[in-house]
Write a protein that binds this ligand. Structure first.
Ligand code: NAG
Ligand code: NAG
Ligand code: NAG
Ligand code: NAG
Length: 695
């Protein structure tokens, strides 16, 4: 295709990456599908934002003037519908009969006078099917669902009418996300050292200050959307508009987010729109008695591995439900963006499973007109990103959207206006796999610096990525965290500072720091850490379930460990804090000026400049180098700004930071204008900065 034939709607994407040129028409076709929906929403709803305001219309709405309550539900297959609950003795008889009226679109509603339903009381919708059968469901847009008490016969979650007298009032303005995202991934329930379910309030009091102290500017919360099965880690959502009641009330979560905002921390929701729990009694499955109301029917409507239901993104009312769900979390809870779970499963008809799930990077796999792309799902993701940007504009900020995509689809992170899907970031999912493979298979002296650097930097620079060495995935039972790969059983016996430093712990501490800083400084335009891994958490995660006797022993994070002065976890924790704060000062995540001047395989030394800093890694397990010559572009006097061998980080203190000043010599070295000479101990990273930038 000649450049003159490129459709203007995708010109931006193709200017940024000319290899996309053969796929220009296909990209334009995809963009058009989403643009057509936008036009339709304009005509029928007054625009996308108004459409997504449907959460103010559907479900239960309390009129602020009259106190009357309207309840609205889409259930096209039902003939009749009744509201039942504690308030009317679950009856449809006499004065307790609350029948909804149905309109031509299959939408039912009823208005009840003020005070009819008490706050927090239990309710259900009773649907009468064409067959005459009665089915009871939790309202699809319900904002609260709770687990029945142990002594109750009920097992399914119960919907509640949440209308407290005192609603939480937000006090703080949203912080505007910075250019460098330093993300702390967390799960409320496990964020306590005690073997129990942690609460929103405990997280607010105990964990937010730690996140702030560590220097993260973003917290990403998983398992917020209500999920009846705790051990699903939040990934089998039953009630999309309800926040998990296991951890507290909606007002408690608002307080958490408001408090984070007060600390300058933005809050992302791990949103699960890629699939839904197959629960009928307390979920969305078979809601109106058909399997195809919200989901595809037949095999297309079930995930081949996850045992869950798959949405029909081509349906108007499903788009209303999901898009409103996003706006609900932005408006009501004041989340600042989303990490979209399971994007690969959405993007392809094969869901990334089986042979189709093996991607080589060939553009045809993603962009050929015969590729296995699910057009309806990709259109939904485009609309979701449009919505997020429109709401951000109204709020005077910019929200964040991150795609969990392992396939590496080009243009996923390209703006919609340029012809992409519009995510801000994708997760760099190849990086944790690389580290595990190295730790599993290679001796330290065989680490291939070229390959490591290649994997860390091999990404589409026109699209941003979040780099990470490990996320919640590696912490789960059956998998292993970096700390485990490195130190294993000795974490239980040799972490006391009173016991001698063994070779295993020495190596583990050193490499844990090095791996994190390498990934942080080269692996993405953002960085993510899963809670606890900043100090090498010594336990895996296993939620209470039938196989472990419903134990909470491994469903916790031992935040007490880094605070124990007699344990070595504090060293890893302090290094993490130093690394985050240094990034915050120099901003290497969002700078694009990386220059790698040395990859010396025989010495195992790696040197690069970025954001005005000089990173010098010596990965050599045994050899330290004196007067090692290192190239650097900008001449001047350098000092050490971070040294992983510092004794405060559990190192050997072989370099005297204070006494070290490095004067450059203006002779070219490794393609840099100047050089300086350093003493670089084994298994150490030194970061140098120009003296006049330090204070
Ligand atoms: C519900 O049933 C109880 C006991 O049968 C009765 O006392 C109460 O008045 C009933 N309430 C309503 C709203 O019908
Ligand atoms: C409730 O349904 C009736 C009948 O379809 C309709 O006239 C009315 O506008 C609806 N009320 C609300 C609040 O949507
Ligand atoms: C690596 O270092 C060794 C010894 O210092 C040197 O002989 C070799 O030339 C270096 N290789 C590169 C690529 O700089
Ligand atoms: C002091 C101490 O507990 N040392 C232990 C370190 O780990 C090794 C191997 O697990 C044990 O044999 C030591 O007793």
């Amino acid at each position: 295709m000649s450049t003159s034939n490129i459709p203007p709607s995708v010109k931006g994407a193709i200017d940024a990456d000319p290899w996309l040129t053969p796929f220009a028409n296909e990209l334009a076709k995809r963009r058009q599908l989403a643009d057509d929906w936008l036009q339709k929403f304009e005509q029928t709803e007054g625009g996308l934002v108004k459409f997504a305001d449907s959460y103010k219309d559907y479900g239960f709405q309390v009129d602020s003037k009259t106190g009357n309550v309207n309840y609205k539900e889409w259930a096209p297959n039902a003939k009749e519908a009744f509201l039942v609950g504690d308030f009317n003795n679950w009856s449809t008889e006499g004065s307790n009969r609350y029948q909804l009226t149905k309109d031509e679109y299959g939408v039912f509603n009823i208005t009840l006078p003020k005070g009819t339903i008490p706050h927090d009381s239990r309710i259900k919708i009773l649907l009468v099917l064409p067959s005459g059968e009665w089915i009871y469901r939790l309202p699809a847009w319900i904002t609260r669902a709770t687990q029945p008490p142990k002594e109750s016969k009920e097992v399914a979650f119960e919907a509640r009418f949440w209308n407290p007298e005192h609603k939480y009032e937000f006090k703080n303005k949203r912080p505007i996300p910075g250019e460098s995202l330093r993300i702390y991934e967390a799960h409320i329930g496990i964020s306590t050292p005690e073997p129990k379910i942690g609460s929103y309030k405990e997280f607010t009091q105990n964990i937010l200050p730690k996140i702030k102290e560590l220097g993260y500017n973003t917290v990403q919360l998983m398992a917020i959307m209500e999920h009846a099965y705790y051990a699903s880690f939040g990934y089998q959502v039953t009630n999309f508009f309800a926040i998990s009641s296991r951890f507290g009330t909606p007002e408690d979560l608002k307080e958490l987010i408001d408090t984070a905002h007060g600390l300058g921390i933005v809050v992302l929701l791990d949103v699960v729109h890629s699939h839904a729990s197959k629960n009928v009694d307390d979920g969305l499955n078979n809601f109106d008695g058909t399997e195809y109301q919200y989901f595809h029917s037949g095999g297309k409507g079930s995930h081949p591995l996850w045992d869950s239901r798959l949405f029909n993104y081509g349906k108007y009312e499903v788009l209303r439900f999901l898009l409103s769900n996003l706006k609900f979390y932005l408006d009501v809870y004041k989340f600042d963006g989303f990490r979209f779970d399971g994007v690969t499963s959405m993007l392809y008809l094969h869901h990334g499973v089986g042979a189709g799930g093996a991607f080589s990077g060939d553009y045809n796999e993603y962009l050929h007109e015969n590729s296995a792309v699910d057009y309806e799902a990709i259109t939904y993701l485009m609309l979701a990103n449009d919505l997020i940007n429109l709401v951000a504009k109204e709020e005077g900020t910019n929200f964040i959207s991150i795609a969990e995509d392992v396939s590496g689809m080009p243009t996923l992170g390209t703006p919609r206006s340029a012809g992409g899907v519009g995510f801000d970031y994708r997760l760099a999912m190849a990086l944790p796999d690389m580290w595990i493979k190295i730790l599993k298979e290679q001796k330290d002296e065989d680490w291939d610096i070229n390959k490591i650097v290649h994997t860390l930097t091999n990404r589409r620079y026109t699209e941003k990525a979040i780099g990470y060495c490990e996320s919640h995935d590696q912490a789960l039972v059956g998998d292993k965290t970096l700390a485990f790969w490195l130190m294993d059983a000795e974490m239980y016996t040799n972490m006391s500072t009173l016991s001698p430093l063994t070779p295993v712990i020495d190596r583990g501490l050193s490499l844990h720091k090095i791996i994190r800083l390498l990934t942080h400084s080269l692996g993405g335009e953002g960085y993510l850490n899963f809670e606890g891994n900043e100090f090498g958490h010594p336990e895996w995660l296993d939620f209470p379930n039938a196989n472990n006797g419903d134990s909470y022993h491994y469903a916790r994070r031992q935040f007490n460990l880094p605070g124990d002065d007699l344990l070595r976890y504090k060293f890893l924790y302090k290094f993490d804090a130093a690394m985050q704060h240094l990034e915050s000062k120099y901003g290497w995540l969002h700078k694009k000026d990386t220059y790698i001047s040395l990859k010396n395989e025989s010495d195992q030394v790696l040197v690069y400049e970025k954001a005005g800093l000089l990173f010098i890694f010596n990965l050599n397990p045994t050899q330290s180098f004196t007067d090692y010559r290192v190239g650097v572009e900008t001449g001047g006097v350098y000092r050490i700004v971070l040294n992983s061998d510092d004794s405060q980080y559990g190192g050997h203190g072989r370099v005297d930071n204070e006494a070290s000043r490095f004067f450059t010599t203006d002779l070219a070295w490794n393609n840099r204008k100047n050089f300086l000479q350093v003493y670089i101990p084994s298994r150490t990273v030194l970061v140098l900065g120009l003296e006049n930038t330090i204070n």
